[in-house]
Design a protein around this ligand. Structure first.
Ligand SMILES: *Cc1c(COP(=O)(O)O)cnc(C)c1O
Length: 570
């Protein structure tokens, strides 16, 4: 038996995702969604949950970022070769695109855990001789191209992914769609589950949507109407044809356009948002659906710096596969916590010296802000009033930024430019640096190496957020707007600090930026800086609480166990 066939010998959950961030060597992710997918699969492997993941291979990778002297982002290809990392499986399948048969193959990557668990990940690929040139490029670009390109990719992911699992002989218990990109797989399931009987209305086939729903789990990540993928019916008809009758499809996916989120919701028995607040927001967007909430997490071993790995191994052995043990963080002496943190800080500062030529002072309170440079995340909020910031800082604050904007996101690029220009203009009065090409490797150094992790999105647009969880696991407290996961993780002055009003006092139409900025400055000046410089024991208590009250819970082990008990075996 070929050794990949062992994965087909037991029933599995199929986890479909458009992007996945497993390691820095595989540039098949753009940000939080992809890293969440990777962390989910790693926890599944650790916990030996029988999962098979399906994604696209994105041969051209997500881009490498450089930033020019004016602060403008430039994108460079980040090509990679699947054959250097993966094994090509000897089975192909076909999908129909514009009435052409397009061949799809799969590369196998094994996510192996020290526990002995393994999760196979299939990277789908259309770059096969015999496919038309344009079709060979369909699995090249993550979130690239136009709407038609996106629809074709979703056909490859959803329909191609479903078919290749069958062709390989996988036995699938449930299909878990990570975001709506994979929802076309439900059309294959519909076809598979129809019963060949004449029904009461004398239709030849009865479509068994209940049976399809029973097999599907859907996680939505988008808190705004405009964020959901939609395709005009004319385009769907021309590119995909009609795998199921259009009248049925319109009932399930929308009369005006094919809304992939609606399709997935209508055909999934279990639907969830990615934090409690996001569950509520999703219910308001899609009235009438039962929407649960399973808060996201991060994979502990992936995101804890080597300094804290050593410490946790010494005092809390077994923590990596049972992160609940972090609740006993008080067993670790303060000086060891501080020493580990200063190690992570020195490691980051060395990287900053080498890559950006900037010398930071390890004794100075250092704030980190890095994530996708999307406008709603307001990366430049801290520069709203530079004179006020400099006045508060008084030479005792440093800032480290990072993050890529999507190539077509001009407002996001303008935020980067604004930050870089502020750094240039005020750099002699407040030390700050924008690190280029933020990715998993940079995040791994950056997040544990700062003293405070800043997040200030426009509410309620941060569905969950996960970088703050990476910070907490490394004893870096959060200083964040109350949105996404932080509403659940925040205890003021205990696990970290909030910025701006309570969630109940925020109305969507109001512009909270001025009040958020004022509160950010006030709390930095009156609460956070005095604690950091004046009461180191008090500061270390907050660090420990970040580990023991945030890190122990907001991780993908806890999250995966919830998916298993609430969605997969239900
Ligand atoms: C964790 C992570 C993110 C997600 O950050 P958020 O603050 O949750 O948006 C994005 N990019 C990289 C490289 C990460 O490691």
């Amino acid at each position: 038996m070929e050794d990949w066939k062992v994965y087909t010998q037991r029933e599995r959950i199929a986890y479909f995702t458009m992007e996945i961030g497993l390691t820095q060597d595989l540039p098949t992710y753009s940000g939080g969604l992809g890293i969440l997918a990777g962390d989910t699969i790693k926890s599944a492997a650790d916990l030996k949950v029988p999962v098979v993941a399906v994604t696209l291979c994105h041969r051209k990778g997500y881009f490498r970022q450089t930033i020019d002297a004016s602060g403008w982002q430039h994108e460079h290809p980040r090509e990679w070769r699947p054959e250097d990392h993966m094994e090509l499986l000897p089975v192909k399948t076909l999908v129909a695109i514009e009435e052409r048969d397009v061949k799809v193959q799969a590369w196998l990557y094994r996510v192996k855990s020290p526990t002995g668990g393994v999760v196979p990940v299939l990277f789908l690929d259309t770059d096969i001789p015999g496919n038309a040139d344009a079709d060979r490029r369909l699995t090249d670009h993550l979130y690239g191209g136009d709407l038609e390109y996106r629809l074709k990719q979703e056909i490859v992911l959803g329909i191609g992914g479903y078919r290749i699992l069958r062709a390989l002989g996988f036995d699938i218990r449930k299909y878990h769609m990570n975001e709506g990109h994979a929802s076309l797989l439900t059309l294959e399931l519909l076809n598979h589950c129809r019963s060949h009987v004449r029904d009461r209305w004398d239709n030849l086939f009865a479509w068994d949507t209940t049976e399809v729903s029973r097999r599907c789990v859907f996680t939505t990540h988008t808190p705004v109407e405009a964020g959901h993928d939609r395709f005009p019916w004319e385009m769907v008809r021309r590119i995909m044809g009609s795998p199921v009758p259009e009248t049925l499809l319109k009932q399930l996916a929308g009369e005006d356009e094919l809304n992939t989120t609606l399709l997935a919701m209508n055909l999934s028995e279990f639907v969830n948002g990615v934090a409690k607040k996001h569950g509520e927001v999703s219910k308001a967007l899609f009235p009438g659906f039962e929407i649960h909430a399973i808060t996201n997490g991060v994979h502990p071993f992936t995101w804890v710096s080597p300094y804290f790995v050593n410490l946790f191994d010494r005092y809390l052995p077994g923590w990596a596969n049972e992160p609940e043990m972090l609740v006993r963080v008080d067993l670790i002496p303060d000086r060891d916590i501080w020493e580990a943190h200063m190690g992570a800080k020195a490691y980051l500062f060395q990287y900053i010296r080498e890559t950006a030529g900037v010398e930071l002072d390890p004794e100075v309170l250092t704030i980190g802000f890095a994530r996708r440079a999307a406008a709603y995340k307001r990366g430049d909020l801290i520069f709203s009033d530079p004179e006020r910031l400099i006045d508060i800082a008084g030479g005792r604050l440093q800032l480290v930024f990072g993050g890529k904007a999507h190539p077509k996101d001009t407002p996001g690029k303008e935020i980067i430019r604004n930050i870089v220009n502020n750094i240039r203009k005020y750099g002699d009065r407040i030390r700050a640096v924008y690190l280029p090409n933020y990715n998993m490797e940079v995040a791994y150094r950056l997040i544990p190496g700062v003293d405070l992790w800043l997040n200030n999105p426009i509410r309620p647009l941060e569905a969950s957020g996960t970088s703050g969880m990476k910070a907490a696991l490394n004893g870096v407290p959060n200083f964040s707007v109350l949105d996404g996961w932080w509403i659940e993780g925040h205890i003021e002055g205990v696990t970290g600090w909030s910025i701006g009003p309570e969630p109940k006092d925020v109305r969507p139409e109001m512009d909270a930026s001025p009040t958020d900025a004022t509160d950010l400055y006030r709390k930095l000046e009156q609460v956070i800086m005095p604690l950091y410089y004046g009461d180191r024991t008090g500061w270390i208590r907050v660090m420990k609480n970040a580990i023991g009250k945030n890190g122990y819970y907001f991780n993908t082990h806890v999250m995966m166990r919830r998916y298993v008990t609430e969605a997969y075996i239900a």
